[in-house]
Design a protein around this ligand. Sequence first.
Ligand code: AOS
Ligand code: ZN
Ligand code: ZN
Ligand code: ZN
Length: 424
Amino acid sequence: MKLNKEDIQEYNEGLLEFHQEKLAFTKKEVTNAEAIIQKLVDFQIAIPSWALGTGGTRFGRFSGGGEPATLEQKIEDVGLLHALNQASGAISLHIPWDIPKDAAAIKALADEHGLVFDAVNSNTFQDQADQELSYKFGSLQHTDPAVRQQAVDHNIEVIKHGIELGSKSLTVWLSDGSCFPGQINFKKAFENTLESLQKIYAELPEDWKMFVEYKAFEPNFYSMTVGDWGQSLLFANKLGPKAKTLVDLGHHLPNANIEQIVSLLMMEGKLAGFHFNDSKYADDDLTAGAIKPYQLFLIFNELVAGMDAAGMNHAKDLGWMIDASHNVKDPLEDLLQSVEAIMLAYAQALSVDKEALENAREDNDVVVAQNILQNAFRTDMRALVAEARLRAGGALNPIGFYRKMDVRDKLIRERGSKTVATGL
Ligand code: AOS
Ligand code: ZN
Ligand code: ZN
Ligand code: ZN
């Protein structure tokens, strides 16, 4: 199904008066409101193909119904999100969950929905039915060179699919590691992984990047071979300029200072981008901003500062993506909430008076520095985000419109009520 522009417009008209009052108030409070709105109009974030269905846990899964079963349906779902918020104009594919059989047709379909293809993701953390050798004891780190080669070949195949679709980056997330002390030789595991990554790196087209994603634990619980930003950065530095570190917000040990990691990775020109989500305990993959909105804002504060300093453009220079999972919510509604939370944090970060903050820091005026950040965080930016959506042709209240149009019911009628989205 597709949403109709005229229906969105008509819906917006009913909300316009109240919106304009709120906007006028926010504009009085936020001096650079117009500049922020423009940045928000330009803002785009990629939606992963695997977040469009109900995820479940290892204990169970409760189908929400109407989930996309094919790549075409996944594109259709991201198209719905993009029509609603005009900020989700990219989709990230996971191979082999989303093998495009006819790349030209898939590209044309994405184009129809105003979507481009973000990073392609390889998968060597599962065994596929037709796979010769097992990844039970790792992939790129494996003691057996034949397993390593199989995993390298898979990554090269993923790059080929990405080239056909117009992607510009490969995200490599490895579950490689060990569950028990003594199980692996750390140094050999690192060296094997590096050598394998080098073979993949050599196949990257000129204008491509390799995103090396790290994760502190899970599924391996004693060591992960790319376990933190230090290990990822070590690989990225050894690989070369096309390789960078990808930060997934759920992949740290508790209470890690992620904003500091972001700042230093940007200083080194090695921040690839993000998998946004939120967590209370581990890689919970909850809605962005649901648990720690202040942390999300502080991360954006570093991002904005780093991007300004390097003259970077978020759309070109960083891969911003959501990596979430939904057990009890409609996945599309959840993704709308994540995009909203991310845009709010971005807007708040854009409102920070950087010069005043820097002066306070230089003067060691801790109180003023803290207040500058907290004032920005406590400012209600919802009217600016809504205004950006309005100007871009989206819905003033995306979830409100989604519910008004009974989108989920329509998808259930089209696709069935006991659906299983491919992937996780
Ligand atoms: C896994 O924990 C990572 O977040 C990866 O990004 C992974 O490829 C993705 O979540 C799909 O499982
Ligand atoms: Zn991730
Ligand atoms: Zn995650
Ligand atoms: Zn994860």
